[in-house]
Ligand binder design. Structure first.
Ligand code: COA
Length: 462
């Protein structure tokens, strides 16, 4: 279809059909969200019984609006939706969001088909039915009925589950992961995951794409979109287990499909499969702010031997390698170590390591051509200096010149309690990828490696 979703995400005029004065109703929340958005557009509440809603002049139906309408949000009971869709066609509306539930997700396929027939061949894009709508944080528009304002950033999220989509907004905020757009695809009558991947692939505000899916309608198209996408695509695919697949069928009425086939296809297309939404945000934070890995050789710097080993195991389990240090790098690190320890990878800087040892070891590893990426780790043992550790990471990551010269990612790992958490809070708010677990760190590093592989493949194919 030629309707490319640009107007869908940046409409100049919006109508809300089913807008209500009743603050408990979804049509009220949808209108209010648009009204309080930091976004300029003409807004038309549609309700046959009201003159104004929330101070905005109200219209009895869409055709009473004399100006053109770019986007219509529908929040009336399902059985009325076909009539509203016909009004949209008459009014030449090209973009529609059907919030209403009561379609194929409850087995009412006939009603969904009726809508599909109404828009057939009309170059109209429809989101839903059974969707929360979308939030476009980059442009300030909230075209959804749900609460929660995402921090502005460059992760665009597509969710097949409305509730999980809402939860992800809060989680993203908590994790300081900035969002460009978040969209609930609902029953995917028309606008599907592949359309959105294609759009976000061209969207300047999007750097990373994340999806929560239970099933895809057109597997080939979905994989082709991931393959053609010039940005990292992170996929949480639910229904891995037999019981999960059963739950999928009763949630959105879709078939989870063979999990092994999904995994292989996503991998082959160049997407990255995440185990859950927390992992998606972990990886998104690394991908949005760090260079990708050019190779899989990781240098680990720690103040605790145990944490170093856990990180090594987690890296190796995720397709990364933790090689022995070259003679030159070992000699340089030896110079900054206390006498009792030998330089290795993981490089144990000893429990009392402070700013100088961390910063120096990281700089040495950055300069080593046999190391592709660095993990800086700290465990809050008796002599540890968390403030100096976090200071060293921040300095290394903030030194733009270092990044530009070496093009190597740096991730952080910490193990500790409240004092450490407070310091890490500042790092996360500054966009530093730092994780409270060796496994989460290694998985995020793996995502940077897979992104490097994807880019290499893309470059080879010209
Ligand atoms: N044009 C415009 N407005 C109309 C209308 C028409 N043809 N016919 C009725 N309305 C008005 C109603 O009068 C009402 O306004 P009022 O409060 O002033 O009376 C408003 O539209 C809403 O209709 P109502 O019958 O009160 O429905 P509702 O608000 O209780 O429920 C939905 C409507 C869509 C919210 C509900 O059917 C639904 O699907 N809920 C689930 C939504 C959901 O969860 N989606 C997925 C999220 S992930």
């Amino acid at each position: 279809m030629s309707n490319d979703l640009n107007v869908f995400f940046k409409p100049k005029s919006i109508a809300v059909v089913g807008a209500s004065k009743d603050s408990q109703k979804i049509g009220h929340a949808a209108l209010k969200n648009i009204l309080i958005s930091d976004y300029e557009c003409n807004l038309y509440p549609i309700n046959p019984h009201e003159k104004t809603i929330l101070g905005v002049p109200c219209y009895k139906n869409l055709n009473d609006v004399k100006k053109s309408i770019d986007l219509v949000l529908i929040s009336v009971p399902a059985k009325i939706v076909p009539a509203i869709m016909r009004d949209c066609v008459k009014k030449q509306v090209k973009n529609i969001i059907i919030i209403s539930s009561g379609f194929s997700e409850i087995g009412n396929h006939a009603l969904e088909e009726e809508i599909a027939n109404i828009i057939k061949g009309k170059n109209i894009r429809v989101l839903g039915p059974n969707t929360m709508g979308y939030k476009n944080a980059s442009d300030g528009l909230d075209a959804s009925f749900v609460f929660g304002v995402p921090r502005k950033g460059n992760l665009s999220l597509i969710s097949q589950s409305g509730a999980l989509g809402i939860g992800m907004i809060y989680l993203a905020n908590n994790e300081f992961v900035g969002v460009s757009k978040i969209i609930g695809v609902g029953n995917k009558l028309d606008i599907d995951d592949d359309d959105l991947i294609d759009y976000f692939s061209q969207d300047d505000d999007t750097k990373v794409i994340g999806l929560y899916i239970e099933a895809v309608k057109n597997g080939r198209q979905f994989m082709n979109s991931i393959k053609a996408c010039n940005k990292p695509v992170l996929v949480v695919k639910a229904g891995r287990s037999g019981a999960g697949a059963r739950a999928t069928a009763s949630h959105t009425g879709s078939m989870a499909g063979s999990d092994r086939i999904y995994s292989a296809a996503i991998k082959q297309a160049g997407g990255i499969r995440c185990r859950d939404v927390v992992e998606l945000f972990d990886m998104a934070r690394a991908l949005a702010g760090q260079p990708h890995l050019r190779g899989n050789r990781i240098g680990i710097i720690t103040n605790g031997g145990g944490l170093g080993i856990l990180l090594t195991d987690a890296c190796e389990a995720n397709g990364l390698s933790v090689p022995k240090l070259s003679k030159k790098t070992a000699a340089r690190i030896d110079e900054i170590l206390p006498d009792l320890v030998k330089p290795n990878n993981p490089a144990d800087l000893v429990a009392d390591a402070g700013f100088y040892r961390y910063e120096k070891a990281a700089s040495i590893m950055l300069e080593d051509p046999e190391i592709d990426g660095i993990i800086m780790a700290s465990v809050h043992g008796g002599y540890a200096r968390p403030r100096e550790f976090t200071g060293a990471i921040l300095k290394m990551i903030r030194e733009k010149k270092l990044h530009e010269t070496h093009q190597k990612p740096i991730l952080g790992t910490w193990v500790g309690g409240k004092e450490f958490e407070d310091l890490v809070f500042d790092l996360k708010s500054a966009g530093v990828p730092i994780y409270p677990s060796s496994w989460r760190t290694a998985r995020s590093m793996m995502a940077l490696y897979l992104e490097g592989q994807r880019i290499q493949k893309e470059q080879k194919m010209g």
